[in-house]
Design a protein around this ligand. Structure first.
Ligand code: MRU
Length: 359
Protein backbone atom coordinates (compact mmCIF):
# COMPACT_ATOMS: atom_id res chain seq x y z
CA UNK A 1 0.00 0.00 0.00
CA UNK A 2 1.24 3.46 -0.89
CA UNK A 3 0.36 5.99 1.86
CA UNK A 4 -1.09 8.80 -0.29
CA UNK A 5 -2.29 10.69 2.79
CA UNK A 6 -3.28 9.91 6.34
CA UNK A 7 -4.86 11.44 9.40
CA UNK A 8 -2.31 11.82 12.21
CA UNK A 9 -2.52 13.52 15.63
CA UNK A 10 -0.47 16.42 14.19
CA UNK A 11 -2.73 16.95 11.14
CA UNK A 12 -3.32 15.37 7.72
CA UNK A 13 -0.10 14.23 6.15
CA UNK A 14 -0.06 14.30 2.33
CA UNK A 15 2.51 12.68 0.06
CA UNK A 16 3.45 15.64 -2.17
CA UNK A 17 2.51 14.39 -5.65
CA UNK A 18 3.90 17.52 -7.30
CA UNK A 19 7.40 16.31 -6.34
CA UNK A 20 7.12 12.70 -7.57
CA UNK A 21 8.87 10.72 -8.91
CA UNK A 22 12.10 12.51 -7.98
CA UNK A 23 11.35 13.22 -4.34
CA UNK A 24 9.16 11.48 -1.75
CA UNK A 25 8.23 14.23 0.68
CA UNK A 26 5.16 15.06 2.74
CA UNK A 27 3.09 18.18 3.42
CA UNK A 28 1.32 18.42 6.78
CA UNK A 29 -2.02 20.26 6.70
CA UNK A 30 -3.03 21.43 10.16
CA UNK A 31 -6.20 23.35 9.26
CA UNK A 32 -8.96 23.25 6.63
CA UNK A 33 -7.52 26.15 4.63
CA UNK A 34 -4.28 24.22 4.18
CA UNK A 35 -6.27 21.17 3.05
CA UNK A 36 -8.01 23.38 0.44
CA UNK A 37 -4.60 24.57 -0.80
CA UNK A 38 -3.28 21.00 -0.95
CA UNK A 39 -6.26 19.99 -3.13
CA UNK A 40 -6.14 23.10 -5.36
CA UNK A 41 -2.38 22.81 -5.90
CA UNK A 42 -2.69 19.08 -6.67
CA UNK A 43 -0.41 17.95 -3.85
CA UNK A 44 -3.21 15.41 -3.56
CA UNK A 45 -5.20 14.65 -6.73
CA UNK A 46 -7.39 12.00 -8.30
CA UNK A 47 -11.15 11.96 -7.67
CA UNK A 48 -11.45 9.48 -4.77
CA UNK A 49 -8.41 10.93 -2.97
CA UNK A 50 -9.83 14.43 -3.39
CA UNK A 51 -13.17 13.26 -1.96
CA UNK A 52 -11.73 11.72 1.19
CA UNK A 53 -9.23 14.59 1.63
CA UNK A 54 -12.13 17.06 1.49
CA UNK A 55 -14.03 15.00 4.09
CA UNK A 56 -10.94 15.10 6.30
CA UNK A 57 -10.68 18.84 5.59
CA UNK A 58 -14.18 19.45 6.95
CA UNK A 59 -13.43 17.18 9.91
CA UNK A 60 -10.19 18.97 10.79
CA UNK A 61 -11.98 22.33 10.45
CA UNK A 62 -14.59 21.22 12.98
CA UNK A 63 -12.09 19.46 15.26
CA UNK A 64 -9.82 22.50 15.51
CA UNK A 65 -12.60 25.08 15.84
CA UNK A 66 -12.54 27.15 19.03
CA UNK A 67 -16.28 27.92 18.77
CA UNK A 68 -17.90 27.70 22.19
CA UNK A 69 -21.48 27.16 21.03
CA UNK A 70 -23.33 25.40 18.22
CA UNK A 71 -24.60 28.48 16.31
CA UNK A 72 -21.02 29.79 16.05
CA UNK A 73 -19.71 26.37 15.03
CA UNK A 74 -22.50 25.92 12.44
CA UNK A 75 -21.59 29.27 10.83
CA UNK A 76 -17.96 28.14 10.69
CA UNK A 77 -18.93 24.80 9.13
CA UNK A 78 -20.64 26.64 6.26
CA UNK A 79 -17.43 28.59 5.57
CA UNK A 80 -15.29 25.45 5.83
CA UNK A 81 -17.50 23.57 3.34
CA UNK A 82 -17.60 26.50 0.92
CA UNK A 83 -13.82 26.94 1.02
CA UNK A 84 -13.23 23.27 0.24
CA UNK A 85 -15.97 23.16 -2.44
CA UNK A 86 -14.25 25.97 -4.34
CA UNK A 87 -11.01 24.07 -4.89
CA UNK A 88 -11.64 21.94 -8.00
CA UNK A 89 -14.92 21.75 -9.93
CA UNK A 90 -14.93 18.51 -11.93
CA UNK A 91 -14.49 15.52 -9.59
CA UNK A 92 -17.90 14.99 -7.99
CA UNK A 93 -16.19 13.07 -5.16
CA UNK A 94 -15.08 16.44 -3.73
CA UNK A 95 -18.68 17.47 -3.13
CA UNK A 96 -19.61 13.96 -2.01
CA UNK A 97 -16.86 13.95 0.65
CA UNK A 98 -17.85 17.38 1.95
CA UNK A 99 -21.54 16.39 2.03
CA UNK A 100 -20.83 13.22 4.01
CA UNK A 101 -19.24 15.09 6.94
CA UNK A 102 -21.55 18.08 6.73
CA UNK A 103 -24.65 15.84 6.85
CA UNK A 104 -23.36 14.08 9.96
CA UNK A 105 -22.54 17.44 11.55
CA UNK A 106 -26.06 18.74 10.80
CA UNK A 107 -27.70 15.64 12.27
CA UNK A 108 -25.63 15.81 15.46
CA UNK A 109 -25.98 19.58 15.88
CA UNK A 110 -29.73 19.52 15.37
CA UNK A 111 -30.05 16.85 18.04
CA UNK A 112 -28.11 19.14 20.39
CA UNK A 113 -25.07 16.84 20.74
CA UNK A 114 -22.21 18.32 22.81
CA UNK A 115 -19.38 19.85 20.74
CA UNK A 116 -16.66 17.43 21.97
CA UNK A 117 -18.79 14.48 20.83
CA UNK A 118 -19.46 16.12 17.45
CA UNK A 119 -15.71 16.61 16.97
CA UNK A 120 -15.00 12.98 17.80
CA UNK A 121 -17.70 11.67 15.46
CA UNK A 122 -16.79 13.75 12.39
CA UNK A 123 -13.14 12.71 12.69
CA UNK A 124 -14.19 9.07 13.03
CA UNK A 125 -16.40 9.38 9.93
CA UNK A 126 -13.62 10.91 7.81
CA UNK A 127 -11.32 8.05 8.79
CA UNK A 128 -14.05 5.51 8.03
CA UNK A 129 -14.44 6.98 4.53
CA UNK A 130 -10.70 6.47 4.07
CA UNK A 131 -10.97 2.77 4.98
CA UNK A 132 -14.09 2.37 2.85
CA UNK A 133 -12.32 3.81 -0.18
CA UNK A 134 -9.64 1.13 0.07
CA UNK A 135 -12.30 -1.58 0.45
CA UNK A 136 -14.26 -0.18 -2.54
CA UNK A 137 -11.16 -0.14 -4.74
CA UNK A 138 -10.35 -3.75 -3.80
CA UNK A 139 -13.96 -4.78 -4.52
CA UNK A 140 -14.01 -3.08 -7.91
CA UNK A 141 -10.62 -4.60 -8.65
CA UNK A 142 -12.09 -8.04 -7.97
CA UNK A 143 -15.09 -7.34 -10.25
CA UNK A 144 -12.92 -6.00 -13.07
CA UNK A 145 -9.93 -8.36 -13.04
CA UNK A 146 -11.55 -11.00 -15.26
CA UNK A 147 -12.29 -8.38 -17.95
CA UNK A 148 -8.56 -7.92 -18.58
CA UNK A 149 -6.73 -10.40 -20.80
CA UNK A 150 -4.96 -13.39 -19.23
CA UNK A 151 -1.89 -12.16 -21.03
CA UNK A 152 -1.43 -8.91 -22.94
CA UNK A 153 -0.94 -5.17 -22.86
CA UNK A 154 -3.28 -2.69 -21.22
CA UNK A 155 -3.21 1.05 -21.88
CA UNK A 156 -4.13 3.54 -19.17
CA UNK A 157 -4.37 7.32 -19.21
CA UNK A 158 -3.51 9.67 -16.32
CA UNK A 159 -3.14 8.14 -12.85
CA UNK A 160 -6.09 6.25 -11.42
CA UNK A 161 -3.97 4.35 -8.95
CA UNK A 162 -3.07 4.18 -5.28
CA UNK A 163 -1.99 7.82 -5.54
CA UNK A 164 -5.42 8.90 -6.78
CA UNK A 165 -7.25 7.04 -4.01
CA UNK A 166 -6.55 6.07 -0.40
CA UNK A 167 -4.07 3.41 -1.42
CA UNK A 168 -5.09 0.76 -4.02
CA UNK A 169 -6.50 2.47 -7.07
CA UNK A 170 -9.44 2.18 -9.46
CA UNK A 171 -8.12 1.52 -12.98
CA UNK A 172 -4.76 0.48 -11.53
CA UNK A 173 -6.65 -1.40 -8.80
CA UNK A 174 -8.21 -3.57 -11.51
CA UNK A 175 -4.76 -4.10 -13.03
CA UNK A 176 -3.33 -4.93 -9.57
CA UNK A 177 -6.17 -7.39 -8.90
CA UNK A 178 -5.66 -9.08 -12.27
CA UNK A 179 -1.91 -9.41 -11.66
CA UNK A 180 -2.59 -10.80 -8.15
CA UNK A 181 -4.80 -13.43 -9.88
CA UNK A 182 -2.01 -14.48 -12.21
CA UNK A 183 -2.68 -12.38 -15.35
CA UNK A 184 0.54 -11.56 -17.16
CA UNK A 185 0.05 -7.91 -18.04
CA UNK A 186 2.23 -5.19 -19.43
CA UNK A 187 0.98 -1.68 -18.80
CA UNK A 188 1.32 1.21 -21.22
CA UNK A 189 1.05 4.53 -19.42
CA UNK A 190 0.16 7.57 -21.51
CA UNK A 191 2.42 10.36 -20.28
CA UNK A 192 -0.70 12.58 -19.90
CA UNK A 193 0.29 16.09 -20.92
CA UNK A 194 0.44 18.68 -19.54
CA UNK A 195 0.66 17.53 -15.90
CA UNK A 196 2.33 14.18 -16.66
CA UNK A 197 0.34 12.09 -14.19
CA UNK A 198 1.08 9.01 -16.33
CA UNK A 199 4.81 9.56 -16.80
CA UNK A 200 5.43 10.73 -13.23
CA UNK A 201 2.85 8.94 -11.06
CA UNK A 202 1.49 5.83 -12.82
CA UNK A 203 4.99 4.77 -13.83
CA UNK A 204 6.28 5.42 -10.29
CA UNK A 205 3.64 3.43 -8.46
CA UNK A 206 3.48 0.49 -10.88
CA UNK A 207 7.26 0.15 -10.83
CA UNK A 208 7.10 0.06 -7.01
CA UNK A 209 4.77 -2.95 -7.42
CA UNK A 210 7.05 -4.53 -10.05
CA UNK A 211 4.32 -4.43 -12.73
CA UNK A 212 6.01 -4.07 -16.14
CA UNK A 213 5.33 -0.52 -17.32
CA UNK A 214 6.20 1.47 -20.42
CA UNK A 215 5.54 5.20 -20.81
CA UNK A 216 4.43 6.57 -24.17
CA UNK A 217 3.66 10.08 -25.39
CA UNK A 218 -0.05 10.80 -25.69
CA UNK A 219 0.06 10.87 -29.48
CA UNK A 220 1.47 7.32 -29.81
CA UNK A 221 -1.50 5.19 -28.73
CA UNK A 222 -3.19 5.13 -32.16
CA UNK A 223 -0.06 3.83 -33.84
CA UNK A 224 0.39 1.06 -31.24
CA UNK A 225 -3.29 0.09 -31.50
CA UNK A 226 -3.02 -0.15 -35.28
CA UNK A 227 -0.11 -2.58 -34.81
CA UNK A 228 -2.15 -4.85 -32.49
CA UNK A 229 -0.02 -3.93 -29.49
CA UNK A 230 -2.89 -3.01 -27.11
CA UNK A 231 -5.56 -5.50 -25.94
CA UNK A 232 -7.56 -3.30 -23.53
CA UNK A 233 -7.81 0.25 -22.24
CA UNK A 234 -8.75 1.04 -18.64
CA UNK A 235 -9.11 4.50 -17.09
CA UNK A 236 -10.60 6.10 -13.98
CA UNK A 237 -13.26 8.80 -13.81
CA UNK A 238 -13.79 12.18 -12.20
CA UNK A 239 -17.53 12.25 -12.73
CA UNK A 240 -19.92 9.88 -14.46
CA UNK A 241 -23.24 11.41 -15.52
CA UNK A 242 -26.51 9.54 -15.04
CA UNK A 243 -26.38 8.37 -18.70
CA UNK A 244 -22.82 7.00 -18.41
CA UNK A 245 -20.98 9.90 -20.09
CA UNK A 246 -17.65 10.06 -18.26
CA UNK A 247 -15.38 12.99 -17.44
CA UNK A 248 -11.76 11.99 -16.97
CA UNK A 249 -8.35 13.48 -17.59
CA UNK A 250 -7.97 15.46 -20.81
CA UNK A 251 -7.06 13.07 -23.64
CA UNK A 252 -9.28 10.21 -22.44
CA UNK A 253 -11.90 10.99 -25.11
CA UNK A 254 -9.34 10.66 -27.93
CA UNK A 255 -8.13 7.32 -26.53
CA UNK A 256 -11.73 6.04 -26.35
CA UNK A 257 -12.38 6.90 -30.01
CA UNK A 258 -9.14 5.22 -31.04
CA UNK A 259 -10.08 2.11 -29.03
CA UNK A 260 -13.51 1.92 -30.73
CA UNK A 261 -11.93 2.31 -34.18
CA UNK A 262 -9.58 -0.61 -33.44
CA UNK A 263 -12.16 -2.85 -31.72
CA UNK A 264 -10.35 -2.65 -28.36
CA UNK A 265 -12.47 -2.74 -25.16
CA UNK A 266 -12.49 0.56 -23.27
CA UNK A 267 -13.23 0.22 -19.53
CA UNK A 268 -13.93 2.87 -16.89
CA UNK A 269 -13.26 1.90 -13.24
CA UNK A 270 -14.71 4.07 -10.48
CA UNK A 271 -16.35 3.82 -7.08
CA UNK A 272 -20.10 4.32 -7.23
CA UNK A 273 -19.82 7.73 -5.53
CA UNK A 274 -18.24 9.02 -8.77
CA UNK A 275 -21.63 8.62 -10.45
CA UNK A 276 -23.54 11.89 -10.33
CA UNK A 277 -27.25 11.09 -10.64
CA UNK A 278 -28.02 14.81 -10.50
CA UNK A 279 -26.20 15.43 -13.80
CA UNK A 280 -28.15 13.97 -16.72
CA UNK A 281 -25.37 13.86 -19.33
CA UNK A 282 -21.77 14.86 -19.95
CA UNK A 283 -22.84 18.28 -21.18
CA UNK A 284 -23.67 19.23 -17.60
CA UNK A 285 -20.24 18.34 -16.19
CA UNK A 286 -18.12 21.43 -15.36
CA UNK A 287 -14.65 21.22 -16.86
CA UNK A 288 -11.83 22.74 -14.83
CA UNK A 289 -9.58 25.17 -16.73
CA UNK A 290 -6.09 25.25 -15.24
CA UNK A 291 -3.22 27.69 -15.32
CA UNK A 292 -1.80 28.18 -18.89
CA UNK A 293 1.65 27.92 -17.35
CA UNK A 294 1.17 24.11 -17.11
CA UNK A 295 1.19 24.13 -20.94
CA UNK A 296 3.69 26.90 -21.66
CA UNK A 297 6.34 25.60 -19.26
CA UNK A 298 8.01 22.26 -18.71
CA UNK A 299 10.16 21.79 -15.61
CA UNK A 300 10.28 25.56 -15.15
CA UNK A 301 11.45 26.13 -18.73
CA UNK A 302 9.32 28.11 -21.18
CA UNK A 303 8.40 26.01 -24.25
CA UNK A 304 6.17 28.39 -26.22
CA UNK A 305 6.65 31.89 -27.65
CA UNK A 306 5.63 34.85 -25.44
CA UNK A 307 2.02 35.88 -25.91
CA UNK A 308 0.77 32.81 -27.82
CA UNK A 309 -2.81 31.69 -27.01
CA UNK A 310 -3.09 28.68 -24.69
CA UNK A 311 -5.84 26.14 -23.96
CA UNK A 312 -5.70 24.08 -20.76
CA UNK A 313 -8.93 22.19 -20.01
CA UNK A 314 -8.00 19.59 -17.36
CA UNK A 315 -10.70 17.06 -18.31
CA UNK A 316 -12.80 15.91 -21.25
CA UNK A 317 -16.00 13.91 -21.52
CA UNK A 318 -16.12 10.49 -23.17
CA UNK A 319 -19.64 9.80 -24.43
CA UNK A 320 -21.16 6.62 -23.01
CA UNK A 321 -21.29 4.98 -26.46
CA UNK A 322 -17.50 4.55 -26.43
CA UNK A 323 -17.44 2.80 -23.04
CA UNK A 324 -17.52 -1.02 -23.05
CA UNK A 325 -18.25 -1.31 -19.31
CA UNK A 326 -18.09 0.71 -16.09
CA UNK A 327 -16.56 -1.23 -13.20
CA UNK A 328 -17.75 -0.32 -9.69
CA UNK A 329 -17.46 -1.90 -6.25
CA UNK A 330 -21.05 -3.16 -6.64
CA UNK A 331 -20.41 -4.89 -9.97
CA UNK A 332 -19.92 -4.20 -13.67
CA UNK A 333 -22.32 -1.86 -15.48
CA UNK A 334 -23.05 -2.48 -19.17
CA UNK A 335 -24.92 -0.31 -21.69
CA UNK A 336 -27.52 1.07 -21.73
CA UNK A 337 -26.02 2.86 -18.74
CA UNK A 338 -28.98 5.01 -17.73
CA UNK A 339 -30.97 1.89 -16.81
CA UNK A 340 -28.00 0.01 -15.35
CA UNK A 341 -27.01 3.00 -13.17
CA UNK A 342 -30.58 3.53 -11.93
CA UNK A 343 -30.89 -0.12 -10.93
CA UNK A 344 -27.55 -0.11 -9.12
CA UNK A 345 -28.42 3.16 -7.34
CA UNK A 346 -31.64 1.58 -6.09
CA UNK A 347 -29.72 -1.19 -4.32
CA UNK A 348 -26.93 1.06 -2.99
CA UNK A 349 -28.96 4.05 -1.85
CA UNK A 350 -26.48 4.95 0.90
CA UNK A 351 -23.82 5.75 -1.66
CA UNK A 352 -25.93 8.45 -3.26
CA UNK A 353 -25.72 11.29 -0.75
CA UNK A 354 -27.24 14.37 -2.38
CA UNK A 355 -24.32 16.59 -3.29
CA UNK A 356 -26.25 19.53 -4.75
CA UNK A 357 -26.32 21.24 -1.37
CA UNK A 358 -22.55 21.77 -1.37
CA UNK A 359 -21.86 22.96 -4.93
O1 MRU B 1 -6.23 16.37 -12.37
P1 MRU B 1 -6.14 15.06 -11.65
O2 MRU B 1 -4.77 14.50 -11.58
O3 MRU B 1 -6.83 15.13 -10.30
O4 MRU B 1 -7.01 14.08 -12.56
C1 MRU B 1 -7.13 12.74 -12.18
C2 MRU B 1 -7.87 11.91 -13.15
O5 MRU B 1 -8.36 12.38 -14.16
C3 MRU B 1 -8.11 10.48 -12.76
O6 MRU B 1 -8.11 9.66 -13.89
C4 MRU B 1 -9.45 10.35 -12.05
O7 MRU B 1 -9.53 11.28 -11.00
C5 MRU B 1 -9.69 9.01 -11.52
S1 MRU B 1 -8.63 8.66 -10.17
C6 MRU B 1 -9.02 7.15 -9.52
Amino acid sequence: MIPTFEWTPAGINFLDQTKLPLEESYVLATDYRQVATVIRDMIVRGAPAIGVSAAMGVAIGIERSTAGDLPTLSAEVEIICRTLAETRPTAVNLFWGIAQVRDLYTRLASSGAPIPRIKQEVVALANRLYDEDIAQCKALGAHGASLLPQQGTVLTHCNAGALATCGYGTALGVIRAAVERGHRLDVLADETRPYLQGARLTAWELMKDSIPTTVLCDNMAGHLMSKGRIQAVIVGADRIAANGDTANKIGTYSVAILAKEHGIPFYVAAPFNTIDLETASGEGIPIEQRNPREVTHSNGKQMTPDGVGIENPAFDVTPARYITAIITEHGVLRPPYANAIRSMAAVSAGAMTAVSSVR
